[in-house]
Design a protein around this ligand. Sequence first.
Ligand code: SF4
Length: 330
Amino acid sequence: MPKKGRVFSGARPTGRQHLGNYLGAIQNYIALQDEYHCVYCIVDIHALTTVDTTEDLVQNTYEMALDWLAAGMRPEETIIFVQSQVPEVTELHTYLSMVTPLGKLTDLPTFKEKARMHPHNINYGLVGYPVLQTADIVLYKSNAVPVGMDQAPHLEFARETVRSFNYRYNTNVLIEPQMAATEYPKVLGIDGQQKMSKSLDNHIELAAKPEETTRRVMQMVTDPQRMKRSDPGNPDICNVFSMHKVFSSAEEVSMVNVECRRAGIGCVQCKQLFARNLNQNLEPFRTRRAELAKDPDLVWGVLRDGQKRASAIAQQTMREVREAIGLPKP
Ligand code: SF4
């Protein structure tokens, strides 16, 4: 079947991926490969805006790419690469910054949020983050970007920036990306309160050993009103039940839904069931990951190949961009 166009998406190198990463992004990345030519980028330059140290950057890049491959990314068709290895993006970022009003950047909710979280490090990169993000997307002439509704303002920003650039230089060299609207479920951590995140240590790693996964599952917070085994529970407000709906069979979900409400099943038993199903679901991923990890150069080889293919597109775009601006040819 002919593909619909090119999709771009980037993710920060956060190392070994967790369930939240999988359900919130990776699963969708894999599915999009059937419909689009996909370009997936490990955005290490973006990471520099907030990281305290870069000592884990290389290892985190490796682990994340390994997880992506084990989960089903197909590098023979999909371009997987590291952002800093195609430096044209920084040049395009500079040109785009000239058509971006500063007030627009500082008004973005994500900037305000980041400034609140990193009050002692409000650097220029943090302000210009959406411009670099726009450069990422348009450098690869992407037609679509998979974003959840909460990211819609950023994509609108990118679209406006493209329009400003094209208008300013009377060109149509840059493509306005469309939103490949995606349902991104908010995956809560084992605390049952906050979004699953490594920094909050409330995550369940995809590549963890089954015993470790079970240990983390047994720590999951359930219906807070259910104090004793004999209390009826409410699965509608229980994170374990939300996860059952993703990883357990329809019969088991239905059983938990009924039995929890009449105290027919205890939380320990319910979590044991979920842990078993989760481990079963993750088994093929873990086996594949272990296979791929046997050759340490495999991941770097995929990223090198991705860099070459991404560079070819980027260099062509930049020739067109420089000409559209009217810069002198070398
Ligand atoms: S029995 Fe299961 S669904 Fe019900 S509160 Fe306990 S963990 Fe949650």
